[in-house]
Ligand binder design. Structure first.
Ligand code: FA5
Length: 346
């Protein structure tokens, strides 16, 4: 009997130590210490043993019972701790981690470049002026010396608003360029004047990769005493070199705009090849950049400035085309197309 008890003790301890989870451990406990457990049955049978072995077996059985109960309790704690550690490991939170990244919106490349353009001109003492997108014929055309016969005043080129024309201001139009802000600011501030005017303009265009009906321009105007085209050349070379972060040269070619005299086209040296000639500049070394010229005396007069005292120059370039050149965009329509896959690249 003693031997049987000792074997039971050995196997019970072995099973307790090798239990991997609480369920198995509980099954082992029931098998030995439960109501019908192996040790319980022996304990119940002690009373029927011969008198001489009763105290010995009774004592031994009780000792084994206490030992097994302690072993169960210890193992139970060990398994519980292991399970807690395991779940902590699985649910572990790194409070120092930087967290989930949120997608923030950002400025459109057009707006970003507009801000850069404004900053550079600000640095050269230019004020940023603004004007209405719904303009009247007087400022968009008449005051700019654009005659009634000019093709821009044709329904096919300009969006006219379906409103009764004003006797003095004429019909309402979506401004076709930023130039109407020239006379508006001359009337408001007088001379001397140094402004740029970034803004949206509209033309009833046949659309293609280079032509939009809605695009952005930047107007420039400098009026003072003894102002010449040399100032324009200096300002534009400085502006373009700052924007492209490399030396950019400029050159003039004759051009015609009714509101300047003489009128000119300004080319910039190709920013890709530096003027040597490449595919982008069609091997010319130069890229067409903008229209400009000395402000026509009639425009100065319309702005209330005496052309015998003051003179100046004006320019207008396409901000949208500048951005295409800057980022190598080959179709203007993607800029205002609203496709996030395009915008997210910037
Ligand atoms: C003008 O609009 C004149 N107001 C510029 C000017 C101002 C000349 C002051 C002299 C003195 P032009 O029509 O060429 O000029 O347009 C100027 C620029 O706008 C062009 O060089 C081009 O870059 C851009 N542009 C013209 N039409 C479109 C269009 N449909 N889509 C995108 N950009 C255009």
């Amino acid at each position: 009997m003693k031997e049987k008890l000792q074997n039971l003790q050995k196997t019970a301890l072995k099973e307790i130590f090798s239990a991997k989870d609480l369920k198995t451990l509980k099954e082992v406990a029931v098998a030995y210490l439960g109501k019908k457990g192996k040790l319980t049955e022996i304990l119940h049978g002690v009373k029927d043993l011969p008198a001489e072995s009763k105290p010995i077996i009774g004592k031994l059985s009780n000792e084994i019972k206490v030992e097994l109960e302690k072993a169960f309790a210890d193992k139970n704690k060990e398994i519980e701790n292991l399970e807690i550690a395991k779940s902590l490991n699985e649910e572990w939170i790194d409070l120092t981690a930087s967290g989930e990244k949120y997608e923030y919106g950002h400025l459109h490349p057009l707006t970003k470049t507009q801000h850069e353009v404004e900053n550079i001109f600000h640095g050269m003492g230019f004020m940023v002026a603004d004007g209405p997108e719904v303009e009247c014929e007087k400022y968009n055309f008449d005051d700019l010396n654009i005659p009634a016969t000019h093709p821009a005043r044709d329904m096919q080129d300009t969006f006219f608003l379906d409103k009764k024309p004003d006797v003095k201001l004429g019909k309402l139009v979506l401004r076709t360029h930023t130039s109407p802000v020239q006379v508006r600011t001359m009337l408001k501030y007088g001379a001397p004047l140094k402004i740029i005017v970034p803004g949206r303009v509209f033309r009833n265009e046949a659309l293609d990769a280079c032509h939009e009906h809605t695009f952005d321009q930047v107007e420039g105007l400098m009026i003072d005493k003894e102002i010449s085209l040399a100032h324009l050349k200096g300002v534009m070379a400085e502006f373009l070199s700052k924007l492209f972060e490399k030396e950019v040269k400029v050159r003039f070619r004759p051009g015609y705009f009714p509101f300047v005299e003489p009128g000119l086209e300004l080319d910039m040296s190709c920013t890709i090849c530096g003027g040597v000639g490449c595919k982008t500049c069609k091997h010319a070394g130069w890229l067409e950049f903008m229209g400009a010229g000395m402000v026509h005396p009639n425009v100065l007069k319309a702005g209330g400035i005496d052309p015998n005292v003051y003179q100046g120059w004006a320019f207008g370039f396409g901000l949208t085309r500048l951005i295409m050149m800057r980022y190598g965009i080959d179709d203007i329509r993607v800029l205002n197309g609203g496709d996030l896959r395009f915008v997210e690249q910037f």
